[in-house]
Write a protein that binds this ligand. Sequence first.
Ligand code: AMP
Length: 298
Amino acid sequence: MEVIHTIEGLRSTVSGLKADKRSRNQTDTVGFVPTMGYLHEGHMSLMEKARVQCGIVVLSIFVNPLQFGPNEDLASYPRDEQRDLKIAEQMKVDVVFMPNAQEMYPQKIRTTVSVSELTERLCGASRPDHFDGVATVVMKLFHIVNPDRVYFGLKDAQQVAVIQQMIYDLNMNIELIACPILREADGLAMSSRNVYLSDEERKQALVLSQALQNAEREVTDQTDISIAQLHEQVRSDIQSSDLAKVDYIEILSYPSLEIIDSSTFIQDALSRNSMIIALAVKFGKTRLIDNLILAQHS
Ligand code: AMP
Protein backbone atom coordinates (compact mmCIF):
# COMPACT_ATOMS: atom_id res chain seq x y z
CA MET A 1 0.00 0.00 0.00
CA GLU A 2 1.29 3.44 -0.94
CA VAL A 3 0.75 6.45 1.31
CA ILE A 4 0.93 9.66 -0.68
CA HIS A 5 0.82 13.26 0.54
CA THR A 6 1.08 15.26 -2.69
CA ILE A 7 -1.28 15.73 -5.64
CA GLU A 8 1.50 15.13 -8.14
CA GLY A 9 2.57 11.97 -6.31
CA LEU A 10 -0.99 10.68 -6.26
CA ARG A 11 -1.47 11.28 -9.97
CA SER A 12 1.72 9.51 -10.97
CA THR A 13 1.11 6.59 -8.58
CA VAL A 14 -2.41 6.00 -9.89
CA SER A 15 -1.33 6.21 -13.52
CA GLY A 16 1.55 3.81 -12.79
CA LEU A 17 -0.83 1.33 -11.14
CA LYS A 18 -3.25 1.62 -14.08
CA ALA A 19 -0.50 0.97 -16.62
CA ASP A 20 0.65 -2.01 -14.58
CA LYS A 21 -2.87 -3.47 -14.47
CA ARG A 22 -3.29 -3.01 -18.22
CA SER A 23 0.03 -4.66 -18.95
CA ARG A 24 -1.22 -7.73 -17.07
CA ASN A 25 -4.58 -7.63 -18.83
CA GLN A 26 -6.29 -6.89 -15.51
CA THR A 27 -9.02 -4.32 -14.93
CA ASP A 28 -7.62 -0.83 -14.30
CA THR A 29 -10.86 0.65 -12.94
CA VAL A 30 -10.24 3.05 -10.08
CA GLY A 31 -12.58 2.97 -7.05
CA PHE A 32 -12.33 5.98 -4.75
CA VAL A 33 -13.45 6.32 -1.12
CA PRO A 34 -13.19 9.89 0.19
CA THR A 35 -13.16 10.22 4.00
CA MET A 36 -12.09 12.50 6.83
CA GLY A 37 -10.36 9.61 8.59
CA TYR A 38 -10.75 8.22 12.12
CA LEU A 39 -11.96 5.17 10.26
CA HIS A 40 -14.64 2.82 11.50
CA GLU A 41 -16.64 -0.06 10.06
CA GLY A 42 -18.86 2.31 8.07
CA HIS A 43 -15.80 3.50 6.15
CA MET A 44 -14.56 -0.09 5.94
CA SER A 45 -17.78 -1.18 4.24
CA LEU A 46 -17.12 1.37 1.47
CA MET A 47 -13.52 0.16 1.02
CA GLU A 48 -14.70 -3.43 0.96
CA LYS A 49 -17.21 -2.73 -1.80
CA ALA A 50 -14.64 -0.77 -3.80
CA ARG A 51 -12.16 -3.66 -3.42
CA VAL A 52 -14.70 -6.12 -4.83
CA GLN A 53 -15.75 -3.90 -7.73
CA CYS A 54 -12.52 -2.20 -8.85
CA GLY A 55 -8.97 -3.04 -9.92
CA ILE A 56 -7.42 -0.18 -7.94
CA VAL A 57 -8.73 1.26 -4.65
CA VAL A 58 -7.82 4.78 -3.53
CA LEU A 59 -8.77 6.05 -0.07
CA SER A 60 -8.42 9.71 0.83
CA ILE A 61 -8.15 11.03 4.36
CA PHE A 62 -8.54 14.78 4.52
CA VAL A 63 -10.30 16.86 7.15
CA ASN A 64 -11.53 19.55 4.80
CA PRO A 65 -11.55 23.00 6.45
CA LEU A 66 -13.91 24.39 3.77
CA GLN A 67 -16.83 22.31 4.99
CA PHE A 68 -16.63 23.35 8.66
CA GLY A 69 -18.38 26.45 9.95
CA PRO A 70 -16.53 28.92 12.22
CA ASN A 71 -18.03 27.43 15.43
CA GLU A 72 -17.73 23.80 14.42
CA ASP A 73 -15.32 21.05 15.42
CA LEU A 74 -12.53 21.39 12.79
CA ALA A 75 -9.75 21.75 15.40
CA SER A 76 -11.02 18.92 17.60
CA TYR A 77 -12.10 16.53 14.83
CA PRO A 78 -10.73 13.11 15.91
CA ARG A 79 -7.58 11.97 14.13
CA ASP A 80 -5.49 8.79 14.33
CA GLU A 81 -3.30 8.40 11.26
CA GLN A 82 -1.47 5.28 12.35
CA ARG A 83 -4.63 3.39 13.18
CA ASP A 84 -6.25 4.57 9.92
CA LEU A 85 -3.30 3.29 7.89
CA LYS A 86 -3.51 -0.12 9.58
CA ILE A 87 -7.21 -0.34 8.72
CA ALA A 88 -6.57 0.73 5.10
CA GLU A 89 -3.86 -1.92 4.78
CA GLN A 90 -6.16 -4.55 6.25
CA MET A 91 -8.87 -3.56 3.73
CA LYS A 92 -6.34 -4.03 0.90
CA VAL A 93 -6.47 -0.41 -0.23
CA ASP A 94 -3.81 0.28 -2.89
CA VAL A 95 -3.24 3.98 -2.29
CA VAL A 96 -3.98 6.26 0.65
CA PHE A 97 -4.02 9.96 -0.25
CA MET A 98 -3.39 12.12 2.82
CA PRO A 99 -2.77 15.70 1.73
CA ASN A 100 -2.51 18.55 4.19
CA ALA A 101 -4.55 21.75 3.89
CA GLN A 102 -1.62 23.60 2.28
CA GLU A 103 -1.40 20.96 -0.46
CA MET A 104 -5.14 21.15 -1.20
CA TYR A 105 -5.49 24.93 -0.79
CA PRO A 106 -2.09 26.50 -1.49
CA GLN A 107 -3.75 29.85 -2.16
CA LYS A 108 -7.09 31.47 -1.46
CA ILE A 109 -9.71 29.48 -3.34
CA ARG A 110 -11.86 31.58 -5.68
CA THR A 111 -13.86 28.80 -7.33
CA THR A 112 -16.70 27.13 -5.47
CA VAL A 113 -18.93 24.29 -6.60
CA SER A 114 -22.43 25.01 -5.41
CA VAL A 115 -25.40 22.70 -5.91
CA SER A 116 -28.70 24.53 -5.56
CA GLU A 117 -32.02 23.44 -4.00
CA LEU A 118 -30.80 20.08 -2.63
CA THR A 119 -28.56 21.99 -0.24
CA GLU A 120 -31.19 24.36 1.11
CA ARG A 121 -32.82 22.08 3.68
CA LEU A 122 -31.63 19.64 6.38
CA CYS A 123 -27.90 20.05 7.09
CA GLY A 124 -27.70 22.80 4.46
CA ALA A 125 -30.06 24.94 6.54
CA SER A 126 -28.22 24.44 9.84
CA ARG A 127 -24.71 24.45 8.35
CA PRO A 128 -24.52 27.29 5.80
CA ASP A 129 -21.67 26.82 3.28
CA HIS A 130 -21.18 23.20 4.39
CA PHE A 131 -22.25 21.66 1.09
CA ASP A 132 -20.32 24.21 -0.99
CA GLY A 133 -17.26 23.06 0.96
CA VAL A 134 -18.13 19.41 0.40
CA ALA A 135 -18.91 19.74 -3.32
CA THR A 136 -15.77 21.81 -3.92
CA VAL A 137 -13.40 19.40 -2.18
CA VAL A 138 -15.08 16.36 -3.73
CA MET A 139 -14.76 17.92 -7.19
CA LYS A 140 -11.06 18.64 -6.52
CA LEU A 141 -10.51 15.08 -5.28
CA PHE A 142 -12.31 13.65 -8.32
CA HIS A 143 -10.01 15.65 -10.60
CA ILE A 144 -6.94 14.52 -8.66
CA VAL A 145 -7.83 10.81 -8.38
CA ASN A 146 -9.72 10.47 -11.68
CA PRO A 147 -11.90 7.58 -10.43
CA ASP A 148 -14.34 5.42 -12.37
CA ARG A 149 -16.48 4.67 -9.31
CA VAL A 150 -16.86 6.57 -6.07
CA TYR A 151 -18.23 5.18 -2.81
CA PHE A 152 -20.34 7.25 -0.43
CA GLY A 153 -22.35 6.21 2.64
CA LEU A 154 -26.07 6.83 2.98
CA LYS A 155 -25.36 7.88 6.56
CA ASP A 156 -24.87 11.23 4.81
CA ALA A 157 -27.86 10.82 2.50
CA GLN A 158 -28.07 14.51 1.62
CA GLN A 159 -24.40 14.43 0.62
CA VAL A 160 -25.12 11.45 -1.67
CA ALA A 161 -27.96 13.39 -3.33
CA VAL A 162 -25.79 16.50 -3.74
CA ILE A 163 -22.76 14.68 -5.19
CA GLN A 164 -24.95 12.59 -7.51
CA GLN A 165 -26.55 15.81 -8.79
CA MET A 166 -23.12 17.40 -9.33
CA ILE A 167 -21.91 14.34 -11.27
CA TYR A 168 -25.04 14.40 -13.39
CA ASP A 169 -25.20 18.15 -14.01
CA LEU A 170 -21.53 18.43 -14.92
CA ASN A 171 -21.44 15.25 -17.05
CA MET A 172 -18.70 13.66 -14.98
CA ASN A 173 -17.91 10.16 -16.17
CA ILE A 174 -18.16 8.69 -12.67
CA GLU A 175 -20.49 6.14 -11.15
CA LEU A 176 -21.58 6.89 -7.59
CA ILE A 177 -22.19 3.82 -5.43
CA ALA A 178 -24.37 4.66 -2.43
CA CYS A 179 -23.71 2.24 0.45
CA PRO A 180 -26.01 1.38 3.39
CA ILE A 181 -25.58 2.80 6.90
CA LEU A 182 -23.45 0.64 9.19
CA ARG A 183 -24.64 0.61 12.82
CA GLU A 184 -23.29 -0.47 16.18
CA ALA A 185 -24.89 -3.64 17.59
CA ASP A 186 -27.40 -1.54 19.56
CA GLY A 187 -28.41 0.52 16.51
CA LEU A 188 -26.40 3.74 16.84
CA ALA A 189 -25.19 4.79 13.38
CA MET A 190 -21.40 4.57 13.27
CA SER A 191 -19.69 7.94 13.12
CA SER A 192 -16.24 9.31 13.84
CA ARG A 193 -17.99 11.85 16.10
CA ASN A 194 -19.45 9.16 18.40
CA VAL A 195 -16.21 9.31 20.45
CA TYR A 196 -17.26 12.75 21.69
CA LEU A 197 -20.30 11.28 23.52
CA SER A 198 -20.27 10.78 27.29
CA ASP A 199 -21.62 7.44 28.57
CA GLU A 200 -25.00 8.97 29.33
CA GLU A 201 -25.19 10.78 25.97
CA ARG A 202 -24.19 7.58 24.17
CA LYS A 203 -27.00 5.72 25.95
CA GLN A 204 -29.61 8.37 25.17
CA ALA A 205 -28.44 8.74 21.54
CA LEU A 206 -30.08 5.37 20.90
CA VAL A 207 -33.42 7.18 20.63
CA LEU A 208 -32.42 8.18 17.08
CA SER A 209 -32.19 4.68 15.63
CA GLN A 210 -35.10 3.54 17.78
CA ALA A 211 -37.32 6.34 16.46
CA LEU A 212 -36.39 5.39 12.90
CA GLN A 213 -37.05 1.71 13.58
CA ASN A 214 -40.47 2.53 14.99
CA ALA A 215 -41.22 4.64 11.94
CA GLU A 216 -40.14 1.84 9.64
CA ARG A 217 -42.45 -0.54 11.46
CA GLU A 218 -45.40 1.85 10.94
CA VAL A 219 -44.62 2.06 7.25
CA THR A 220 -44.08 -1.66 6.63
CA ASP A 221 -47.25 -2.48 8.59
CA GLN A 222 -48.93 -0.18 6.02
CA THR A 223 -50.56 1.79 8.81
CA ASP A 224 -52.74 4.57 7.42
CA ILE A 225 -50.91 7.55 8.86
CA SER A 226 -50.07 10.91 7.41
CA ILE A 227 -46.65 12.51 7.08
CA ALA A 228 -47.61 14.89 9.92
CA GLN A 229 -48.55 11.99 12.22
CA LEU A 230 -45.37 10.06 11.43
CA HIS A 231 -43.35 13.23 12.00
CA GLU A 232 -45.02 13.71 15.38
CA GLN A 233 -44.34 10.11 16.36
CA VAL A 234 -40.64 10.44 15.49
CA ARG A 235 -40.42 13.73 17.39
CA SER A 236 -42.03 12.31 20.51
CA ASP A 237 -39.78 9.18 20.41
CA ILE A 238 -36.71 11.43 20.23
CA GLN A 239 -37.94 13.76 22.92
CA SER A 240 -38.24 10.85 25.33
CA SER A 241 -34.51 11.58 25.83
CA ASP A 242 -34.02 14.61 28.08
CA LEU A 243 -30.57 15.26 26.59
CA ALA A 244 -31.75 15.34 22.96
CA LYS A 245 -31.79 18.83 21.40
CA VAL A 246 -33.44 18.55 18.01
CA ASP A 247 -31.81 20.46 15.16
CA TYR A 248 -34.19 19.04 12.55
CA ILE A 249 -36.57 16.18 11.93
CA GLU A 250 -37.81 16.20 8.36
CA ILE A 251 -39.69 13.86 6.06
CA LEU A 252 -38.93 14.72 2.43
CA SER A 253 -38.90 13.09 -0.98
CA TYR A 254 -35.58 11.37 -1.75
CA PRO A 255 -33.28 12.07 -3.54
CA SER A 256 -35.01 15.28 -4.68
CA LEU A 257 -35.43 16.48 -1.05
CA GLU A 258 -38.72 18.23 -1.67
CA ILE A 259 -41.37 18.98 0.90
CA ILE A 260 -44.38 16.69 0.78
CA ASP A 261 -47.75 18.04 1.92
CA SER A 262 -47.97 16.95 5.54
CA SER A 263 -51.56 15.73 5.23
CA THR A 264 -50.50 13.15 2.60
CA PHE A 265 -50.78 9.55 3.74
CA ILE A 266 -47.44 7.81 3.80
CA GLN A 267 -48.56 5.01 1.51
CA ASP A 268 -49.85 7.51 -1.08
CA ALA A 269 -46.64 9.52 -0.91
CA LEU A 270 -44.60 6.32 -1.30
CA SER A 271 -46.52 5.32 -4.39
CA ARG A 272 -45.11 8.46 -6.03
CA ASN A 273 -41.63 8.92 -4.56
CA SER A 274 -39.07 7.37 -2.29
CA MET A 275 -38.81 9.36 0.93
CA ILE A 276 -36.34 10.10 3.66
CA ILE A 277 -36.85 10.62 7.37
CA ALA A 278 -33.78 12.69 8.24
CA LEU A 279 -32.66 13.65 11.74
CA ALA A 280 -30.01 15.90 13.24
CA VAL A 281 -29.99 15.97 17.02
CA LYS A 282 -27.47 17.30 19.51
CA PHE A 283 -26.46 15.41 22.63
CA GLY A 284 -24.35 17.80 24.67
CA LYS A 285 -21.89 19.33 22.20
CA THR A 286 -22.15 16.46 19.73
CA ARG A 287 -24.43 16.78 16.75
CA LEU A 288 -25.51 13.40 15.37
CA ILE A 289 -27.31 12.68 12.12
CA ASP A 290 -29.24 9.60 11.09
CA ASN A 291 -31.86 8.78 8.51
CA LEU A 292 -34.15 6.17 7.04
CA ILE A 293 -34.90 5.95 3.35
CA LEU A 294 -38.33 4.57 2.57
CA ALA A 295 -38.33 2.96 -0.84
CA GLN A 296 -40.93 3.71 -3.43
CA HIS A 297 -43.58 1.02 -4.01
CA SER A 298 -44.03 -0.06 -7.60
P1 AMP B 1 -16.58 10.98 6.83
O1 AMP B 1 -15.22 10.47 7.17
O2 AMP B 1 -17.48 11.13 8.01
O3 AMP B 1 -16.55 12.18 5.91
O4 AMP B 1 -17.26 9.82 5.96
C1 AMP B 1 -16.65 9.33 4.80
C2 AMP B 1 -17.64 8.43 4.08
O5 AMP B 1 -18.01 7.35 4.92
C3 AMP B 1 -18.92 9.17 3.70
O6 AMP B 1 -19.34 8.75 2.41
C4 AMP B 1 -19.88 8.71 4.77
O7 AMP B 1 -21.23 8.74 4.36
C5 AMP B 1 -19.42 7.28 4.99
N1 AMP B 1 -19.88 6.82 6.30
C6 AMP B 1 -19.68 7.43 7.49
N2 AMP B 1 -20.32 6.75 8.47
C7 AMP B 1 -20.92 5.70 7.86
C8 AMP B 1 -21.75 4.63 8.33
N3 AMP B 1 -22.08 4.51 9.61
N4 AMP B 1 -22.19 3.72 7.42
C9 AMP B 1 -21.87 3.84 6.11
N5 AMP B 1 -21.10 4.84 5.62
C10 AMP B 1 -20.64 5.74 6.48
